[in-house]
Design a protein around this ligand. Structure first.
Ligand code: NAG
Ligand code: NAG
Ligand code: NAG
Ligand code: NAG
Ligand code: NAG
Ligand code: NAG
Ligand code: NAG
Ligand code: NAG
Ligand code: NAG
Ligand code: NAG
Ligand code: NAG
Ligand code: CU
Length: 608
């Protein structure tokens, strides 16, 4: 009787009842030439690239049946920004919530989408999405507060683009020849996976324009000449409508804006995207940092190039996302139970390569996906030890308010992303705008609890936030989503260098709600990876971490980074009995492992 009642209520209350939305993805290599400059292999789906946009309505069940037809590379899918509440096993992060899916294996992602707004999907396995495996995921919501304020919808991705394959870039990046960890410089910047695109618009019409940075590295500024717009959503969170003319969109961030077109159709207007050149160590003379696309009112009228008046990208003044107000006015979370302070540091270890650290840990993937450790550890699941030292695990209590203080000791901006949650942004220094880069290369200004801007009553929430060079931010969230969630810099190079850590959230509750589907376990077997045991793969004694993957050793006291590089070269030349070194193929040799007496260095494999 009760069931019948509930059924009737559901049926009457909602005319567009939740439905299953099924996608079948056959993932294979295809070729593409999105910038017109170089044809290359990219990851395609069902023989196509650009990839299909996933579109669902709020409340739908999304089912993606994926077959890995790449032949030579493992993969996975992360649905960026989806909370995966109750479905942590569908989060897609390799060696965190699943085994990488080896070639020839199938895997089903299946979860309920109880969110709305602008998201994206991308693979989350050892350097893979910059090869093209990324696209928009849109959750339509007929109940959005602005649903009746627009006529049409447009969605556009921005991204950096490399002409070389990740498998070719990776060994040069994590290499003795790149001890400072300089990030590979993209070859181009794409606007919706192409260049010189015209968006045809009607006059006197309001568009909901969704913008998603699906890049691997570089943030981009966005503006439209002689137009303003109203921000209504950031990272899936509706905001009070806020007028703006310029946005700064880091990789993984999303904005949805209402754009009303002009009443006249005599001109076309440049849509300008400008790459944040402060992130680039060098700027090749042939790299076009700014790109012009067009808001096209009349296809036969001229399409002028953007008139960029500022000399440096950092002179553009974007709206400060930390000042936006969420439409639901969720109040500031008070009295955190746990406050975690993290310092971002970049440096070298004794392999002579560049790494990234939160405090002194460079995230190193475990031998068993951490979710599977949490599920198989019995009552030891709440003991952080079982997850290993180098996954940087932090166990969170169910419903605890958690605060994270991030201090940046590095001169790069880092867009940090938390899986499974939005977080409130309490404060950030310096703020977006003219001063954002003012500390770059100088002394870090860590967060001072006795000297900060007043926390907003209704802090903005999002899932990816930019940490300014040498600056800081403070965020809070509620641990109301049992699961293993990775918190990491979304610059793919930095994640590969270890700029991440794990939250093991309410693992006891997680054990009660989760059973791993058979195809997920089969992916482990097919890849020769255990689906039980602690971080070292020990299934008998979960507190014995012997054999765990470890980060490389510290450079011994008294050695400078420069010294270690020349020592590595000396040792190599001695070992090889050569005066001059043949460069090819040496980049993966290691000369010592002082910090890994009973462990195994996994400096480059499955760090993300
Ligand atoms: C995937 O696509 C490839 C190439 O078109 C094809 O050979 C293969 O049979 C497809 N596999 C599946 C499971 O659809
Ligand atoms: C886009 O325009 C630029 C500059 O006019 C040109 O160099 C480039 O080849 C164009 N891209 C494509 C894909 O045609
Ligand atoms: C998806 O998950 C739901 C809820 O757990 C389940 O009822 C359904 O059978 C699953 N569908 C597929 C295709 O796995
Ligand atoms: C952007 O590209 C996607 C797929 O490639 C397409 O579906 C979408 O319509 C494009 N957006 C615009 C505004 O043209
Ligand atoms: C613009 O559209 C509004 C309603 O959509 C209409 O009232 C108005 O007359 C239009 N203006 C022009 C100049 O077309
Ligand atoms: C278009 O015309 C309408 C009605 O005349 C006016 O209210 C509106 O402000 C105009 N829109 C723009 C963008 O100029
Ligand atoms: C825009 O691009 C042109 C050509 O690459 C360059 O000369 C100019 O400095 C760029 N401006 C900015 C602000 O990046
Ligand atoms: C980061 O910089 C601050 C201020 O200079 C310093 O106190 C702190 O020890 C540094 N953190 C690490 C992990 O090196
Ligand atoms: C965990 O379980 C074991 C046996 O199942 C029991 O002996 C032990 O006391 C439990 N430990 C805790 C901390 O509850
Ligand atoms: C408070 O913090 C700001 C920004 O970090 C700094 O400029 C100022 O000097 C600090 N004031 C005091 C009294 O420490
Ligand atoms: C997850 O769902 C529970 C209710 O089942 C809810 O209390 C909690 O707020 C949700 N968390 C997130 C992050 O969606
Ligand atoms: Cu980073």
């Amino acid at each position: 009787m009760l069931h019948l009642l509930i059924f009737l209520l559901l049926a009457l209350g909602d005319f567009s009842a939740a439905k299953d939305v099924v996608y079948n993805f056959n993932v294979t290599w295809v070729t593409a030439n999105p910038d017109g400059l170089a044809e290359r292999k990219v990851v395609g789906i069902n023989g196509q690239w650009p990839l299909p946009i996933i579109e669902v309505d709020k409340g739908d069940q999304l089912i993606v049946n994926m077959y890995n037809g790449l032949g030579d590379k493992s993969t996975s899918i992360h649905f960026h920004g989806m909370f995966q509440n109750g479905t942590n096993d569908m989060d897609g992060a390799s060696m965190v919530t699943q085994c990488p899916i080896p070639p020839g294996s199938s895997f089903t992602y299946n979860f309920t989408v109880n969110q709305h707004g602008t998201y994206w999907y991308h693979c989350h396995t050892d350097y893979c999405y910059p090869d093209g495996y990324r696209q928009a995921l849109i959750v339509h919501d007929k109940d959005a507060y602005f649903a009746h304020q627009y006529d049409e919808e447009l969605s556009v991705t921005l991204s950096d683009w490399y002409h070389d394959m990740m498998e070719d870039i990776k060994p040069k990046f994590m290499s003795l020849y790149n001890p400072t960890g300089a990030e590979p410089i993209p070859n181009a910047f794409l606007f919706n996976d192409t260049t010189n695109l015209s968006l045809s618009v009607k006059p006197n019409t309001t568009y909901l324009l969704r913008l998603i940075n699906t890049g691997a590295f570089v943030s981009q500024y966005f503006y439209i000449e002689d137009h303003t717009f109203k921000i209504v959503e950031i990272d899936g969170v509706y905001t009070e409508p806020t007028e703006a003319d310029t946005l700064y969109i880091s990789v993984a961030q999303r904005y949805a804006v209402l754009l009303t077109t002009k009443n006249t159709t005599d001109k076309n207007y440049p849509i300008v995207t400008v790459a944040d050149s402060t992130l680039l160590d060098t700027i090749p003379s042939d790299l076009r940092l700014n790109s012009t696309s067009w808001l096209e009112y009349d296809g036969s009228a001229p399409h002028p190039q953007a008139d960029i008046t500022v000399a440096e990208s950092s002179d553009l003044v974007p709206i400060d996302d930390s000042t936006l107000v969420p439409y639901d006015h969720m109040p500031l979370l008070e009295n955190p139970v746990l406050s975690i302070q993290l310092d971002v540091v970049m440096g070298m270890l004794d392999t002579g390569k560049g790494y990234a650290f939160l405090n002194d840990i460079s995230y190193t993937a475990p031998k068993v996906p951490t979710l599977y450790t949490a599920l198989s550890a019995g009552n030891q699941t709440t003991d952080a030890t079982v997850y290993g030292e180098f996954t940087h695990p932090m166990v969170l209590g169910h419903h605890d308010v958690v605060e994270i203080i991030m201090n940046n000791n590095d001169s790069g901006a880092h867009p940090f992303h938390l899986h499974g949650h939005n977080f409130q942004v309490l404060t950030r220094f310096p703020s977006y705008g003219a001063d954002f880069f003012e500390l770059k290369g100088g002394d870090p200004v860590p967060y001072d609890p006795s000297n900060h801007s007043a926390f907003p009553a209704y802090p903005p929430r999002r899932d990816t936030l930019v940490l300014p060079p040498q600056g800081h931010f403070v965020i809070r969230f509620v641990a109301d989503n049992p699961g293993v969630w990775i918190f990491h810099c979304h610059i793919d190079w930095h994640l590969a260098q270890g700029l991440g850590m794990l939250f093991i959230e309410a693992p006891t509750q997680l054990q009660e709600q989760m059973t791993i589907p058979a195809d997920h376990l089969a992916a482990c077997s097919a890849g020769g990876i255990q689906s039980k045991g602690n971080a070292a793969g020990n299934t008998e004694d979960y507190t014995n971490l012997k054999g765990q993957n470890v980060q490389p050793g510290w450079i011994p006291d008294g050695f400078t980074a420069r010294g270690i590089v020349s020592m590595v070269f000396t040792v190599l030349s001695a070992v090889l009995g050569m005066g001059s070194i043949v460069l090819y193929g040496l980049s993966d040799l290691k000369f010592s492992s002082t910090g890994s007496t009973d462990g195994q260095d996994v400096s480059d494999e499955y760090r993300d």
